[in-house]
Ligand binder design. Structure first.
Ligand SMILES: *Cc1c(COP(=O)(O)O)cnc(C)c1O
Length: 229
């Protein structure tokens, strides 16, 4: 894509988010935009930064660790699957890990955060898509981790994340966001730090905002299609 389109794409996406949030009776600040910069060169990320974007998401640990030092002032999130053996290198480097999808992974984050003397904010990823290629916890598993959270003092569970199915069927997408939203709404009672619901990508962020998303993860609509060559 022509990099010069990035500022106007960003502006358009932000406007959309603002309109949708207002329609839901929310303040524009209650839905934050994560610019998903995976597979994008640092030049494109710089352009987005200069256009006012401060929050970026990446789905691979190695790529993230390469990019953070090039733009350390940005707020970086890990949104993709995290392998246990990479936890050590990422803990303490990112503002939020969205993709905690097993107890084993949570335990490893706890261990590495304890060794570094920090508290790592995370989200629990729920499996909502019904697609075998996607990962995530069942609602029962997620709730039991949340209820055991005092056993993980170096991890702060800030909320939930999910990825809807890749389908044109809006009803399926809505039903999946509804499931995630229902869990979020019922579990956030009496949990003052449980405030984030990460759902919605380029193709489905309008629905996600209607179902209460607080963090939308948008790549293609900002940067254009990714070049996997
Ligand atoms: C790539 C990715 C996104 C962004 O997808 P787009 O369709 O490009 O907006 C969002 N969330 C996750 C977990 C991703 O891996």
């Amino acid at each position: 894509m022509n990099e010069s389109l990035i500022p106007q794409n960003l502006q358009f996406v932000k406007q959309e988010i603002q309109t949708l949030a207002t329609q839901e009776g929310l303040t524009p600040e209650s839905v934050r935009l994560i610019a998903v910069s995976k597979n994008q060169p640092i030049e494109s990320i710089q352009i987005a930064w200069e256009a006012g974007q401060t929050l970026f998401g990446e789905n691979k640990v190695q790529e993230l660790l390469t990019k953070i030092p090039l733009l350390p002032q940005a707020e970086w999130h890990l949104i993709g699957h995290l392998q246990t053996n990479k936890v050590k290198s990422i803990v303490g480097q990112v503002a939020l890990i969205h993709s905690v999808d097993s107890e084993r992974l949570l335990l490893e984050i706890e261990k590495q955060a304890r060794l570094k003397g920090i508290v790592q904010p995370i989200l629990l990823q729920l499996f909502i898509s019904g697609e075998e290629t996607k990962s995530g916890l069942s609602p029962e598993e997620a709730l039991s981790l949340l209820e055991a959270s005092n056993q993980f003092p170096h991890v702060q569970i800030k909320g939930l994340m999910g990825v809807a199915a890749l389908t044109e069927d809006r009803e399926i997408i809505r039903a999946q966001f509804q499931t995630l939203s229902d869990c979020f709404q019922s579990w956030k009672n009496n949990r003052p730090n449980f405030t984030e619901l990460s759902m919605g990508m380029s193709s489905d962020f309008p629905e996600a905002i209607q179902y209460g998303s607080t963090l939308v993860r948008i790549g293609t609509a900002i940067f254009g299609s990714r070049n996997y060559a």
